[in-house]
Each structure stands twice: as structure tokens, then as C-alpha cells.
Design a protein around this ligand. Sequence first.
Ligand code: ADP
Length: 495
Amino acid sequence: MQEKFILALDQGTTSSRTLLVDSKGVIRGSAQMEFSQRYPKAGWVEHDPAEIWSTQWATMSKVMEDADIDFSHIAGIGITNQRETTIIWDKRDGNPISNAIVWQDKRTASICEELKSKGLEDYVRENTGLVIDSYFSATKISWLLDQVDGARKRADRGELLFGTVDTWLIWKLTGGKKHVTDYTNASRTMLFNISTLEWDPWLLEQMNIPRSLLPEVKPSSGLFGYFRDGDHQIPICGVAGDQQAALFGQACLEKGMVKNTYGTGCFMLMNTGDKKVISRNGLITTLACSTGENIQYALEGSVFVAGSAIQWLRDGLKIIKSAAESEKMANEVSGSDEIFVVPAFAGLGAPYWDMYARGAIFGITRDTRSAHLVKATLESMAYQTRDVLEAMVEDSEIKVKTLKVDGGAVVNDYLMQFQADILNVPVERPEVVETTAMGAAYLAGIHLGWWDYRVMMADRRVEREFIPVMDSDRRQSLYHKWQDAVRRTRGWAEK
Ligand code: ADP
């Protein structure tokens, strides 16, 4: 019999990727293509939806070509995607009305202020699990409807559709037949009620967003539609936003399990089981992947600038040639320096939610060299992670036993050891670091009957565990100084 595979589509912020996964869960091929980032004004970030699709399609084709197979070998498609990024298109011709507004885009900050002054914060937190912030899709939708010529009228006539990137890809894959999303992506729009699992009619009214714009919402593992290639029809059967997919891919399937992803930003999620924990500490509550109607919730804290601070060292300051060099430089510095870099380039995320904080470097002396800055920038990822983890433990009242890590920066051993030290919690790096795309593959495979939860838990292998070795006085003193440094960056751009 012909061997079958899953195509796992991983549509990220900077690149589109596809993995080819066999029925044993082994990655048999991958392809990746970067696409352009557009910055039309300060604080604005856009992607071209056509390019999102063309690069995704190119990587799907490439991975099959390399493996010398075609769609007859594909049993199912899983999708994971950059979340919150907002696309609106015309349902008749499929043409987007403008570029996608990316999650990092800050143009709707003033709309958020208005919503807050209308007193919507408590309602939003209680029903969507979120804080009011330009990061989520809702205000991006409002902006597009109000600012793109004729959009409001076309939306009122029911001609337009909104989608996060998963919805856009499914629309393209099904030839415009399906306008759907999954619970995890819907829970990032600030329009989805995470208790009733429906679009929230009151919020739609408050934000003047027509219901007809919104996709149908389904559990993350299940049938979303078919991609047709000649006689073959291939189910799209696993969909989740990137961070929830990573939580699933790390097999954090039980209450209290936590993962942290170190990519452009840092994203920490804790599975809180069937309990919706509403944060008192600036975290958000979100839906975790579900394979049926029984829902799991997660607490999430996101740090906006993590790995991108390393890119800043490379491309902005030009004091490293590659991200990998940061580890070597950090190791060259003796451990006693106390330089702190707060990379609040675009405000601060959880647990502070301060759009007006700006970056700063503290503790510079005549002896400070570039290696110190590199080390302190790496450490800022670990400190920000501790800020989030502390909030999580307090909200959930769950003690964290280990931190499971993934993302591009976890190859950095210096960072991982410092992370374990500053948290006083062991850090576990898995063998397969492709947790996001594998999460999407698992969701699809579960629908296909290939795998179940138990197999996933049992199959997970740890490549290395980093054990805390720092003495507790030093840990405490460093962390206090970090907190002080953060305090001094707050509200800067407002002054
Ligand atoms: P994303 O999915 O957000 O694009 P990735 O998970 O691919 O991000 O991770 C890329 C990020 O990791 C980049 O911001 C890069 O600076 C950082 N990174 C990559 N290698 C290292 C390293 N050895 N040390 C520190 N940071 C690194």
C-alpha cells in the first residue's frame, strides 16, 4: 500500500513553512520561504495576503517535490498560523480589501483607548479572556472597515469576510468554499465569548462589526473542509493558532503543564484544564486545542520582544554577525557584571501591558563592552519569562514543576541555563523542537485516527534538561534589579 503523510502548514510571522510528517510522527521533509514585512508608517506592520498564500503553496509543493510524492500520498492537512493578524476580503472574487494588519501593528492604540474609556475592560476580560489591546483582531477589523474606502458599506451589504490567517488559508485551499476557523484562533479576536463558544453579540454591536463578516468556529481537531486535487480530496482536519499548537505539540495536555516559546516574541501558555482562570495579574485567558467538544483553557502571557532583540543586536547595532554568536559572546563575560537591557521597543506585554514603555539599558560603566550588551539582551528574555511565570503561578495557584521550551532561540545553551537559574525551575528542551508544526500535525492525525493523546505523551523525548545552579541570594538580587529597571521604562513615550 502507498505510504501516507500529513502536510503540516506553519504560517508564521516571517516565513511560511510546510512539514511532511509520516504516520509514526516522524518529520520526513520540510520547506520554508520568507516573505516581505511591510512597515508603511511608524508602528504599522503589514503582510500581503497574496504573498502569504503563494509562499505557503510554494512550500507545500516543494516538500512534496523533494519527497517525490504528490497529493495522492497526503492523508490530511494540518494548519498552524501567526495569530490575530487580520485579513478582510471580498467573498465574490476573494480579493483582499487591503494588506493584512499584523499582530504587532499598533495603529489601533487610540481605538483601544476609546474602548477603555467606554468602560468595556471588565466585560472584555470576563467574556473574551483578553485585555483591550491593539494586538488582538477586533480593533484591526474596525480600523479596516472605517479607513478603507467603501469597506463599511460593502460589509453592511454582506459582501466582505474577515479571517485570521488560518481562515484565509482554508478559504484558498477549499477554493472559496469554506469560511471557518477554530476555537484557538477565534479566542484571539477579542470578539469570541470563551464561555459560550460563540461570537459575542454585545461586543459586535459595541464595535460596530457585522456578524456576516465572521467565520464559523470549530474544535481544533475535526473536519474544516477539503482541498481538491483532481480526483483526490484531502481533509483539512487540524487547525490551531501557533502558540496553542505548540502547547499541544509539547504534549502539555494536562492541567498545570507549561511551555514557553522563544521566537520573535516569547509566549508562555499553561494548560488550566476545563477551568477558565481569569487573571488578576495581566495575563490573558484563552482556549487551548480541543479534539472534541470538551474544552480546555489556558493562561497565556506574551512578551513582545525576545528573539527580535537578538536581531536588533545583529542588524541594528551590528555587534554580532549571527544570532548563534550571542552565546559565545555571553560566555566570554565574567558572571559578576550587572547590566540590564529592557527591550521595550514597542511597549511591554504581559504582565505589564504598557504600550508607552520604551527600551533602556541600565548599569553601563566605562568598562562596558559589546559582549556585556549581548549577554544582558539574552538575559532579558529570561527575566521577562520569569515576570510572566510568576503571574501565572499566582493566578492559577499551580506550582510549576518544569518549563518545557521551544522556538528558535532555545538552541542557545547560555540562555537556557540562565533561564533555569533565574526561575529556579528545571528547563526541558525536547528532541523535536518543531513543536508548533507538530502540534498541527497531531491535531490532524488525531482526526484521521492515526494517534491519540497517550501515544503523544509517551513519544515525547527530552533532549536536555537544564537544572538550576545559581545560589538563591544572587537570583533574588538580580531579579530585584531587573524589576527596578522595568519600572524605570514605564510610560516613557507618554512623557
Ligand atoms: P518566529 O517563529 O517568531 O519567526 P523562531 O522560532 O524561528 O521565530 O526563532 C527565531 C528567533 O530566535 C529570532 O528572533 C532569532 O534572533 C532568535 N535566535 C535564533 N538563534 C538564536 C540563538 N542561538 N541565540 C539567541 N537567539 C536566537
